[in-house]
Design a protein around this ligand. Structure first.
Ligand code: TXA
Ligand code: MG
Length: 354
């Protein structure tokens, strides 16, 4: 099967294409579509066979639950047992948008969709193509990121085609994702809401609405016996083919350390990859240098992170050195993903290297 790839206007998606894509979903098929965070791989969330097809296409472990996407706030009550007051307040503040909330599931949601759990994750995306597809496809669309399990989430339709072009029915191309990182996940099945995955909506933005919020201990603890509560956060999400090493420290020390290590790699006959920023890009004379965005604009770093990581797999780079970015608003979201891709290989650049 070769997926049909259709370009759509983000503001005025062709209703005929949406209708066709919706009918594929209603028949149990798989359609990839843009959202404001990353591209999703959609299937009818209430159809167990359709959910199983998602796991097969992605090569995803069957215990890793899917997020159910809606496009009308009134549809939430059908999926969940109870909507806590605080969750309602959060939905008013950030839906539609890059926020996922976890509730106790209703009977209607099959365990095939929730990875066997009694809870369900729900998101109302703001992307117009996504909204129209959800409504055309039966209103409850399961959609994990549209990558093969273990690859970075796709931020363009081309990424989706590379990973899944041969195993799904259709890809809707709505251009590059705005945010570039997956949604923030907040769990409401506990007394105090818990962040299970950091994202564009930061802890302080959540605190402003909710008051008390906790970070999942499994995300921040050094104790490896404390596991993240979101099953998907325990997998080493993406390992570039080359070794990825994150270099932390003062900006000058980081640049000097990367220049030195890149030079050593070149001497060994290797091609080093470097993840730099607009501010530091021109300092690197050797290696394959990719600019991820400006240190002054963390949204640009978020938007380009996965694209940059993917690009090294198409090159001969054997080792990648990445600057650590100090991104005060989304720092947790960006560094969490980068460190996971690096398998937590971190070097501290020392002042004396300057
Ligand atoms: O931005 C996004 O959320 C994107 C777009 C397509 O909407 N979707 C996405 O889905 O990132 P996925 O499947 O790649 O990540 C879903 C995460 C996984 O880590 C999964 O373990 C967690 O959400 N999750 C889903 N349901 C859960 C539940 N009931 N309890 C705990 N974690 C859950
Ligand atoms: Mg994913």
């Amino acid at each position: 099967m070769k997926a049909e790839l259709v370009k759509l206007s983000a503001e005025h998606p062709d209703p005929e294409v949406i209708r066709r894509a919706g009918s594929i979903l209603k028949k149990g098929g798989l359609v990839a579509f843009p959202t404001e965070t990353v591209y999703g791989l959609g299937a009818d969330a209430l159809d167990p066979a359709a959910s199983r097809r998602i796991y097969a296409a992605k090569g995803r472990p069957s215990d890793n639950p899917l997020i159910v996407h809606i496009a009308d706030i009134n549809d939430l009550s059908y999926l969940v047992k109870d909507i806590p007051e605080k969750a309602l307040a959060l939905s008013k503040a950030f839906w539609p948008g890059p926020l996922t909330m976890i509730f106790e599931k209703s009977e209607i949601v099959p365990k095939e969709t929730t990875g066997g759990l009694d809870s369900v994750a729900v998101r109302f995306p703001s992307n117009k193509i996504a909204q129209e597809l959800i409504l055309a496809g039966g209103r409850y669309i399961a959609a994990p990121s549209a990558n093969r399990s273990g690859s970075p989430s796709p931020t363009t339709a081309e990424h989706v085609a590379e990973d899944l072009g041969d195993s799904i029915d259709m890809i809707l191309d709505g251009g590059e994702s705005d945010v570039g990182l997956e949604s923030t996940i907040v769990d409401f099945t506990e007394e105090i809401p818990v962040v299970l995955r950091p994202g564009y909506i930061s802890l302080s933005m959540l605190q402003q609405v909710l008051g008390e919020v906790r970070m999942d201990q499994g995300l921040i603890s050094d104790d490896s016996s404390v596991h993240p509560k979101a099953p998907g956060m325990k997998y080493r999400h993406y390992a570039p083919r080359a070794d990825l090493i994150v270099v932390e420290g003062e900006e000058e020390a980081v640049v000097s350390a990367i220049i030195r290590m890149a030079r050593e790699a070149v001497k060994r006959g290797e091609l080093p990859g470097i993840i730099a920023t607009e501010e530091t890009f021109s300092r690197y004379q050797e290696g394959l240098v990719q600019c991820i965005g400006s240190r002054q604009d963390e949204e640009s770093i978020a938007r380009h992170l996965y694209h940059v990581l993917r690009s090294f797999d198409d090159s001969k780079a054997s080792v990648i050195y990445s600057e650590a970015f100090y991104t005060p608003r989304m720092g947790q979201a960006i560094m969490n993903r980068l460190l996971k891709a690096a398998g937590h290989k971190v070097i501290q650049a020392k002042e004396e290297e300057e």
